[in-house]
Design a protein around this ligand. Structure first.
Ligand SMILES: *[C@@H]1O[C@H](CO)[C@@H](O)[C@H](O)[C@H]1NC(C)=O
Ligand SMILES: *[C@@H]1O[C@H](CO)[C@@H](O)[C@H](O)[C@H]1NC(C)=O
Ligand SMILES: *[C@@H]1O[C@H](CO)[C@@H](O)[C@H](O)[C@H]1NC(C)=O
Ligand SMILES: *[C@@H]1O[C@H](CO)[C@@H](O)[C@H](O)[C@H]1NC(C)=O
Length: 463
C-alpha cells in the first residue's frame, strides 16, 4: 500500500509539474511509512492499540523495505538565510538604538550550536513529567554528547534558561501549550526545566488518553496547561484501530474552531501554538460543507492536493479568531493581556528505514550551512512566520504575536531524537542493528534540543 501510494504520488507530482524539490521531500515523507508517522504522532497509544498499529505498520514496512532512502541524496541546497526580523531593523536604524536603552530584540533563528560543558537542568529521573517515549536517558541511550551543546545566535546572546525568571513572570498567570505531540514535547520540557526550581502538581486531566493536562506550581500559583489539538481547528481524528468502518483519514473542518482550547483562551496569559506534522498524514479538509482539499486519500475520489494551502488556512483562521475573541469575546470578563507564540515547524531526521537501528544515527549537530532546510520544512516555517507577522499587524493592544522560529536550529540537530530509545533497552534481546526496532526521529529527547525552544520562549515572553 505504501509503495503504490508513493508511486501514485510521484506520478501525480510529475503530471502536475511540481518543482523537483517538492517531489523529493514528499517522497521522503512517504517513505517514512505514513502509518508509522501517525503512530508516532498520536499522543497516547494505549497498550493494546499500540500493538495493533505496530502490526499494521510492520506489514506496510515489508512493502517498502526495499526502497531505502539514502538521506544524503535527499539533501537539498541550503535555503537562503531567513530574513532578519525586528532585530535587524533596529540595527539598520542606529537612531532607534540610541534612543532606546534596551537592547534590540534578537533574531534567535540565525546561529550555530557550540559545545557547552554545563549539564542540563534536569535528567531522566529528576523530572516526573517526561513522556516515556522521550526519556532517552532512562531508556539506556548510551551516548551523552547530544546533551552538551548550546545554541549561540549570531548577533546576540541567548541566556541559559532561568526557572526562577519564568516562574516569577508566571506568578498568578496561566500559560497554555496547544497543538500536537511536539507541542506536548515542548510543554514537558518546560515543566522539567521549571521542576528544577519548584515541583509541579497535576491538577486536572481530560480528553482521550488524558491528552490535555493542567499543572500548578503552588509556590508561585503559576499554571501550565497542555491542550491536545493537532490541527488547531476542529478535527475528527482517524481511527487508531483497523477494521470495518474505521476512519482512515483525519477529517479537518477549516471553518470550525477547536473549542477544547479556544474556549479556554480567555483564561490564558500566554499561549504557545505548535502544529504541523499532522498535516503531512492523510487528511480530508472541509470548508463550508464542501471538501476543499485531500491529502493522501486516493481511494476517496477526491483530487489530491498538497497540504501547504490548508496548513496556511488553518493557521491564518486560528490567529484571526484569537484576535476576534480578544476584541469581542469572553463576555463581560476583563480581557487579559496575552502573548501568543507560534512554534515553527520542527524537522524530522529519518535517514533510512525507520525500523533499522540507524534511522537517525548522527551523534553530533550539523555545522552551520552543512544541512539546508528541505522544501517542506522551509514552506511550513515560512507560513507560520508570515501568519504571525500578519496577525501582529491586525492585533490591537493587549495582544502580542511572536514566531518561535526554531526550524533552523532544530534542523541542525539530527542527534537530538530518541531514535530507537523511544522504548527501554531496545537492543536487549538481539544483535544491535540486526533486529527491527522502531525509531522516533521526530520528537526530541528530554533533556535535549527542545529545551532550547523554551530558552527562546522565555526571552520572548520577558521582552
Ligand atoms: C538526576 O538528578 C538527580 C537530582 O538532581 C540526582 O540525584 C541524580 O543522581 C541524577 N541522575 C543521574 C543519572 O544523573
Ligand atoms: C492564581 O492564578 C490564577 C490564574 O492562573 C488567578 O486567576 C488567581 O486569582 C490566582 N490566585 C491568587 C490567590 O492570586
Ligand atoms: C487517565 O488518568 C487516570 C488517572 O491516572 C488513569 O486512571 C487513566 O487510566 C488514564 N486514562 C488513560 C486513557 O490513560
Ligand atoms: C469512486 O469512484 C468509482 C468510479 O466512479 C466508484 O465506483 C467508487 O464507488 C467511488 N468510491 C467512493 C469511495 O466514492
Amino acid at each position: 500500500m505504501a509503495t503504490s501510494f508513493l508511486q501514485k504520488y510521484q506520478l501525480q507530482n510529475h503530471q502536475l509539474l511540481l518543482p523537483k524539490k517538492q517531489c523529493v521531500t514528499y517522497a521522503l515523507y512517504a517513505l517514512i511509512a505514513l502509518a508509522f508517522l501517525h503512530y508516532l504522532l498520536f499522543y497516547p497509544a494505549s497498550a493494546s492499540g499500540k500493538s495493533v498499529v505496530v502490526a499494521q505498520v510492520q506489514e506496510q514496512v515489508a512493502a517498502v523495505a526495499s526502497a531505502r532512502v539514502d538521506a544524503r541524496e535527499q539533501l537539498l541546497p541550503p535555503a537562503p538565510p531567513p530574513p532578519f526580523n525586528q532585530g535587524d531593523e533596529a540595527l539598520r536604524n542606529p537612531q532607534a538604538k540610541e534612543e532606546v536603552p534596551a537592547p534590540p530584540p534578537c533574531d534567535y533563528s540565525d546561529g550555530e550550536w557550540v559545545p557547552d560543558a554545563r549539564p542540563p537542568l534536569y535528567n531522566g529521573t529528576s523530572c516526573g513529567t517526561i513522556k516515556d517515549g522521550q526519556n532517552c536517558m532512562a531508556h539506556g541511550r548510551p551516548d551523552t554528547g547530544y546533551l552538551y551543546w548550546r545554541w549561540r545566535p549570531r548577533r546576540c546572546e541567548l541566556p541559559p534558561f532561568s526557572p526562577e525568571a519564568l516562574l516569577r513572570w508566571l506568578r498568578n498567570k496561566h500559560l497554555g501549550f496547544v497543538g500536537d505531540s511536539l507541542a506536548r514535547n515542548q510543554a514537558e520540557s518546560l515543566l522539567c526545566l521549571l521542576a528544577s526550581r519548584s515541583a509541579p502538581e497535576l491538577v486536572h486531566r481530560d480528553g482521550e488518553g488524558n491528552a490535555s493536562r493542567r499543572f500548578v506550581f503552588r509556590e508561585f500559583n503559576a499554571t501550565v496547561s497542555v491542550f491536545w489539538s493537532p490541527f488547531l481547528v476542529k478535527v475528527i481524528e482517524k481511527s487508531e484501530h483497523a477494521g470495518v468502518g474505521a476512519r482512515r483519514h483525519n477529517n479537518v473542518f477549516l471553518d470550525a474552531f477547536d473549542e477544547r482550547w479556544m474556549s479556554q483562551l480567555g483564561d490564558l496569559d500566554a499561549a504557545v501554538l505548535s502544529v504541523g506534522h499532522w498535516f503531512l498524514i492523510p487528511g480530508v479538509y472541509h470548508d463550508a460543507g464542501k471538501v476543499v482539499a485531500c491529502h493522501g486519500c486516493e481511494e476517496l475520489n477526491h483530487t489530491e492536493t498538497d497540504f501547504f494551502g490548508v496548513f496556511k488556512d488553518a493557521i491564518h483562521r486560528t490567529l484571526a479568531e484569537v484576535i476576534r475573541r480578544q476584541q469581542h469575546g469572553h463576555g463581560e470578563k476583563k480581557k487579559k493581556e496575552k502573548v501568543v507564540a507560534v512554534t515553527t515547524f520542527s524537522p524530522a531526521h529519518f535517514e533510512g528505514d525507520w525500523d533499522k537501528a540507524g534511522a537517525c544515527p548522527k551523534k553530533r549537530p550539523y555545522r552551520n550551512g552543512e544541512k539546508g532546510l528541505g522544501y517542506t520544512e522551509s514552506e511550513m516555517r515560512k507560513t507560520v512566520v508570515e501568519a504571525v507577522r500578519a496577525a501582529g499587524e491586525a492585533a490591537g493592544s493587549g495582544l502580542r504575536f511572536v514566531a518561535l522560529d526554531v526550524t533552523n536550529l532544530a534542523n541542525l540537530r539530527p542527534d537530538g531524537h530518541p531514535g530507537p530509545y523511544m522504548s527501554k533497552d531496545p537492543f536487549a534481546g538481539g544483535e544491535a542493528g540486526e533486529r527491527r526496532v522502531q525509531n522516533d526521529c521526530v520528537h526530541w529527547c528530554m533533556p535535549g534540543p527542545v529545551d532550547t525552544f523554551n530558552e527562546i520562549l522565555l526571552q520572548t515572553i520577558l521582552r
